[in-house]
Design a protein around this ligand. Structure first.
Ligand code: HEM
Length: 497
């Protein structure tokens, strides 16, 4: 018995020892790096003023309270761009119109690396041991696949099913013992998850609630395991790194299994089947689906939630949106479908009408986006040193630009925190400004999911407004004394005071 015990125990003990040795080693490296950067923070070559203080502390803040950290850096540098270190990486935090224009339009700035190294959260396919090169491929092949799936004809054919998805979820809201009360930041977010999976995966997955939930949880795990250590020291076996790798692998295996099952089944018009018919490999499709569920859900989910909240706080705009949907229905259907269900009526409206004939709803979505899409976009200079205004951006440097720099700028948007969709309905809303609205990206990387995201949000809103009278309430069922506010350091989080 004791022999057995010792054989079982010894490998575990030695693994512990390795971990401890690794942890001490990493701590020593971090400490040395911290001291090095703390005592040599000046960066004479680059010209961008370097934020004083302990660079490791700045790095920690950059990962944990990114938006607030950049704001305090700009305040320190009297409203101008500055730089700081994240370990050996030089990061330049940009502000102002010239910087914004260069950031979004310079062809030498790389999109993928900025996010991969400084953001994490998205599944990194190289973490999956069984994946090959064909699984990844960068943003260009990703966009090509998106265009195959999210074109107008395909959106039109999926429209009735998307509306069924909304009704299916909404029907449960009235029957879950909560007296018709929902937390949009859970329920609407989950709905967007379902709709995005519908558009980009297959029916087998969308009808499996347990697997959808599991996949949602794995993305959440990935997000929480994207710590500075796991991103910047990927070779170090920290618990977060192991958890992230495990979640990515689990996600990969789940989705791979669905793709392989579709390959063996009768072809349908499901997204995965479309990609199979195009000759794509199972690995390629799996990698794509992992990326699209990440890229397609977070922003669409969050803006859908805020849009409904904003309209509840501003009933005059809610009423205008409602009337616009009524007009759309009567313009396109008249009395022709008078006995049809709401779902059938909305499903009979052409995609082009959803896209082009709802200016008030477009203005409301844009206004919610302006107020809440304020997060930090990233790039990396992989080419030679380049002039950036009066300064130099060296090869290897990272650039960070917070969209709030323009979206919440009172020079462009008086009373920037006020929800006022009317500002988009006036002629020339932001005169003489370069890239005043970046809610869908601009320049070299405009959002390829914009039309789909807008459609999803409009369908949710139309169904909500036509089916329900709804209000914002607190836990006591009253209009809240203080309204929810976004946590700009973490778009998933909402403060309710
Ligand atoms: C309300 C919803 C959405 C918002 C607010 C949004 C916003 C953005 C923004 C601001 C960018 C530019 C990022 C940068 O320049 O660094 C972007 C790019 C991108 N978005 Fe979206 N997005 C949304 C929905 C979607 C959806 C549904 C998809 C896919 C199904 C998607 C796929 C992409 C892709 C692939 C890019 C990179 C394009 C490229 O580099 O060529 N987005 N998005």
């Amino acid at each position: 018995m004791s022999a057995l015990n010792s054989t079982i125990l010894s490998p575990i003990a030695s693994e512990d020892n390795q971990l401890i040795t690794g942890a001490v080693g990493a701590a020593a490296i971090l400490a040395i790096t911290a001291i090095y950067y703390a005592i040599s923070p000046k960066d004479k070559d680059h010209g961008f003023p370097k934020l004083r203080g302990i660079q490791l502390y700045h790095a920690w803040n950059f990962f944990h309270r990114r938006y607030d950290f950049l704001q305090s850096g700009f305040a320190w540098n009297l409203g101008k761009s500055f730089s700081f270190n994240v370990l050996h990486h030089n990061i330049i935090a940009l502000t102002g119109e010239d910087a914004r224009q260069a950031f979004f339009s310079n062809p030498h700035l790389n999109f993928d690396q900025g996010y991969k190294i400084l953001m994490g959260a998205a599944p990194d396919i190289s973490d999956v041991d069984m994946a090959t090169d064909e699984t990844g491929g960068g943003v260009a092949p990703f966009n090509k696949r998106l265009n195959k799936l999210l074109n107008k004809a395909r959106l039109q054919s999926v429209l009735p099913t998307l509306l069924q998805d909304i009704i299916g979820k909404a029907d449960k809201w009235g029957n879950d013992g909560k007296n018709g009360r929902i937390d949009p930041f859970t329920e609407i977010y989950d709905l967007v998850f379902l709709m995005t999976a519908r558009l980009t995966t297959c029916h087998d997955l969308t009808k499996n609630e347990a697997d959808l939930k599991k996949i949602g949880d794995l993305y959440l795990t990935l997000q929480t395991s994207a710590t500075p250590t796991s991103l910047l020291l990927p070779w170090f076996p920290s618990p977060a790194r192991k958890t992230g790798k495990g979640a990515t692998t689990e996600l990969y295996i789940m989705l791979y299994t669905y793709v392989e099952a579709r390959r063996q089944a009768e072809p349908t018009s499901d997204a995965i089947d479309v990609l199979i018919a195009e000759g794509e490999t199972t690995q390629g499709i799996t990698g794509f689906v992992m990326g699209v569920l990440f890229a397609g859900i977070i922003n669409t989910g969050i803006i859908s939630c805020w849009m409904l909240t904003d309209l509840a706080v501003h009933p005059e705009w809610k009423e205008k949106c409602k009337n616009e949907i009524r007009d759309l229905l009567s313009r396109h259907l008249g009395d022709s479908l008078s006995s049809a269900t709401l779902c059938e009526k909305l499903g009979a409206i052409p995609i082009s009408a959803w896209e082009d004939e709802l200016p008030i709803i477009d203005a409301c979505i844009r206004e919610s986006q302006r107020i809440y899409i304020t997060g930090v976009t990233l790039r990396r200079n992989l080419r030679e040193d380049m002039k950036f205004g009066a300064h130099v951006v060296k090869r290897g440097d990272f650039l960070a630009y917070a969209l709030g720099d323009v979206h919440l700028n009172p020079e462009y948007y008086p009373e920037p925190h006020k929800f006022d969709p009317g500002r988009w309905l006036r002629p020339d809303p932001v005169p003489n400004a370069i890239y005043p609205f970046i809610g869908w990206g601009v320049g070299r990387h405009p959002c390829t999911g914009m039309k789909t995201a807008k459609l999803e949000m409009k369908l949710i809103l139309a169904m909500f407004l036509m089916r329900y009278e709804y209000d914002l309430v607190d836990k006591d069922g009253k209009f809240p004394d203080s309204l929810p506010v976004p946590n700009r350091n973490d778009i998933h989080q909402v403060h309710v005071t």
